[in-house]
Design a binder for this molecule. Structure first.
Ligand code: HMG
Length: 390
């Protein structure tokens, strides 16, 4: 039985910051952000968007009534969840109108959460071939204003349906995973901003990639030349390139050129959104699929997932016949084209505008946010979500 990605969708907030302007405001050479880090724009989450609304908006963009009936498992990968007890999946389940006979859980391991979700979904579908699983990767990356991590923030969500009808990409089974207890990036429960040892995190990312790649080759018998492209978790677009470069020498010139060219295509969306943590690898896949016109069915795509702390996984997938017909290229182009730039002052104001921490009620102005699903306020310590379409 083939199992894999049947549908994939994406959502990012309607506002962004220009990275050259952010660099100027921070007294940094713009090329450091646009070339050294490799980011052009950074999505900014208004107070009316959180990890639940981002995920629900991404899900809404892909599901139809048949999915609503058949989805019996919702897996919400996030490291910026909104509750220590209740899962984001339960809110999304209601907001997009799914069949009540579904499981709904949240999975956490930094940026690795959605990958764990996909692999759990694969197991579920293997046991229940009629099922569909909704896997969500949704986050707002926050390091703080004028911190070294600031240029690697972002916000957005990816939603995928995993089923035995993988119209886009079949998942192969030569997965290799690795866990090591390290402190490269973490977020204590009392903090809404991440703590990070930046240089160490970069080194560990590359080390994890090298280790899983070596074992993947042994386990699968495959080499770089068997890969049409390798998509990476992209905290910033230069990061995956650094990892790719460490193995490129293994391949003949023709394969090196292809992998480098496809790497650039796989970073186009991420370059204009920033780090979306759990969804980042899948945004990179989407970027490749929607922007590379000559990808063919049967092409194998390597996927490197890294979640600080840390867990890494390398797996691969094979593109299916007519996969392009099941993408939403027009919708995603529109999402990008209708975004609005905010000034650095506006971004700073939005960054500092947070929900009350003392349990006070708040009503938010949802008219400024064009998203279908928004956070409209907090009443009695309960977040209030609205689907403007229902
Ligand atoms: P930094 O200290 O601001 O930057 O931190 P830098 O001094 O290392 O410079 C960055 C790059 O810009 C360097 O390139 C410079 O040479 C270059 P590199 O040598 O690395 O190739 N540069 C220039 N290039 C062109 N023109 C110029 C110029 N000036 C400098 N004028 C850092 C950068 C990424 C460490 C920081 O932003 C940070 O801490 N970010 C957060 C952590 C992070 O993203 N880590 C990535 C790996 S861990 C991961 O992916 C997991 C994560 O997503 C979380 C999770 O799993 O949950 C983060």
């Amino acid at each position: 039985m083939k199992i894999g990605i049947e549908k994939i969708g994406f959502y990012t907030p309607h506002i962004y910051v220009d990275m050259e302007k952010l660099a100027e405001a921070r007294g940094v050479e713009p090329a450091k952000f646009t070339i050294g880090i490799g980011q052009s724009q950074m999505a900014v989450a208004p107070i009316t968007q959180d990890s639940v609304t981002l995920a629900a908006n991404a899900a809404l963009s892909i599901i139809d009534d048949e999915d609503r009936e058949k989805i019996d498992f919702v897996i919400f990968g996030s490291e910026s969840g909104i509750d220590h007890s209740k899962s984001g999946a339960v809110y999304v389940h209601r907001l997009v109108g799914l069949n009540p006979h579904a499981r709904a859980v949240e999975v956490k391991q930094a940026c690795y959460g959605a990958t764990a979700g996909i692999q759990m979904a694969k197991g579920h579908v293997a046991l229940n071939p009629e099922s569909k699983v909704l896997v969500l990767g949704s986050d707002i990356a926050r390091y703080g204003l004028d911190t070294p991590g600031e240029s690697t923030q972002g916000a957005g969500a990816v939603a995928m349906i995993i089923s035995a009808n993988p119209r886009i990409m079949e998942l192969e089974s030569h997965n290799v995973y690795l866990t090591n207890d390290i402190m490269d990036f973490w977020r204590p429960i009392y903090s809404d901003k991440a703590f990070v040892d930046g240089k160490f995190s970069n080194e560990q990312y590359i080390l994890f990639f090298n280790k899983v790649w070596e074992v993947y080759k042994e386990k699968s018998g495959l080499e770089l030349s068997d890969m049409e492209a390798i998509c990476y978790h992209l905290p910033y677009t230069k990061m995956g390139l650094k990892a790719l470069r460490t193995v490129l020498e293994e391949a003949p010139e023709v394969d090196r050129e292809r992998l480098l060219e496809n790497y650039q295509v796989s970073t186009l969306y991420n370059r204009n959104v920033g780090n979306i943590y759990t969804g980042s690898l899948y945004l990179s896949l989407l970027s490749l699929l929607e922007n590379k016109d000559d990808l063919k069915e049967g092409a194998r795509i390597g996927m490197f997932s890294y979640g600080s702390g840390a867990v890494g996984e390398l797996f691969s997938g094979v593109l299916q016949p007519n996969f392009r017909e099941h993408l939403n290229i027009e919708g995603h182009n529109k999402l990008f084209d209708t975004r609005k730039e905010v000034s650095i002052e506006e971004y700073e104001q939005i960054f500092n505008e947070t929900l009350p921490e003392d349990g006070a009620d708040i009503e938010l102005d949802i008219d400024k946010d064009p998203a279908p699903i928004v956070l409209s306020g907090v009443v009695d310590n309960k977040r209030q979500y609205v689907n403007k379409r229902s």
